[in-house]
Design a protein around this ligand. Structure first.
Ligand code: SF4
Ligand code: FES
Length: 254
């Protein structure tokens, strides 16, 4: 017997007021939320827009909000959505007027990532996210055709930043309440990435100082209000809030 799963999905065209559409999808064993989005696009409404690339929790493209909890669509099982415990103290996320008859027990609510402008349906504008990411200079500053030997790193030094390297730039931690109110805040991703390079023993002092200078500005580390929502929602265990705390603790000066 085929079991159907009900969905209530945020839809928006440019210049239009958002609306919510209802869909019913035949559930298959192992079906992910991303599979369900494809079913809607393939069989029910070909104009439905969402992002994805790898389908394997690596590219970071498929971040959306599922039942008020931002997650990767490809890594979330449809069958587990209603039984999975959400992290505590998530902020109230608002996108549009969710129909008052939304049945929380049986309908899976699908919305875009919070705190970003919607381009269409689940596709959000990520320009500020990438702009702030670039501002922390998240790279090794070696010259083109540099003939210096490779930069070696002790295994324990590599291990100390390993969890930060796992960031897939999905933007899920943009759920941060400070991002909701301050469009100039660099955000948890950029600050975690900054700490990943500040703490990397292979980064030279001049480049490290330059990163520290950027994250010391008022719209960066000082703007973090220590909500730690980023730590709770990150699907990769990066713990951006802890990284921001480490920058603070070390009293780093440019
Ligand atoms: S820190 Fe986590 S939630 Fe934030 S962009 Fe990286 S992987 Fe995504
Ligand atoms: S499709 Fe790449 S992380 Fe989900």
């Amino acid at each position: 017997m085929v079991i159907n799963q009900k969905f209530l999905v945020f839809r928006k065209n440019p210049e239009e007021t958002p609306r919510y559409e209802r869909y019913e999808i035949p559930l298959k064993p192992g079906m992910s939320i991303l599979d369900a989005l494809f079913y809607i696009q393939d069989y029910l409404d070909s104009s439905f827009a969402f992002r994805y690339a790898c389908r394997g929790a690596i590219c970071g493209s498929c971040g959306i909000t599922i039942d008020k909890f931002p997650q990767l669509a490809c890594r979330t099982q449809v069958a587990a959505v209603k039984s999975t415990k959400k992290p505590p103290k998530l902020p109230e996320l608002t996108f549009g007027e969710v129909p008052s008859d939304w049945n929380e027990e049986t309908e899976i609510l699908i919305e875009p990532l919070p705190n970003m402008n919607v381009i269409k349906d689940l596709v959000v504008e990520m320009e500020p996210f990438w702009k702030f990411y670039e501002e922390v200079q998240p790279y090794f500053a070696r010259e083109y055709n540099d003939v210096q030997p490779e930069s070696l790193q002790a295994p324990e030094d590599a291990r100390s930043i390993e969890h930060l390297v796992y960031c897939i730039l999905c933007g899920i931690c943009w759920t941060c309440p400070v991002n909701a109110t301050d469009p100039h805040y660099l955000g948890p991703t950029a600050l975690a990435k900054a700490y990943r390079f500040i703490a990397d023993t292979r980064v030279d002092e001049k480049h490290r100082r330059s990163i520290v200078e950027r994250v010391s500005k008022s719209n960066a580390v000082p703007a973090c209000e220590k909500h730690f929502v980023c730590n709770r929602v990150c699907p990769k265990g990066v713990k951006p809030g802890t990284a921001i705390g480490n920058i603070r603790k070390q009293h780093l000066t440019p």
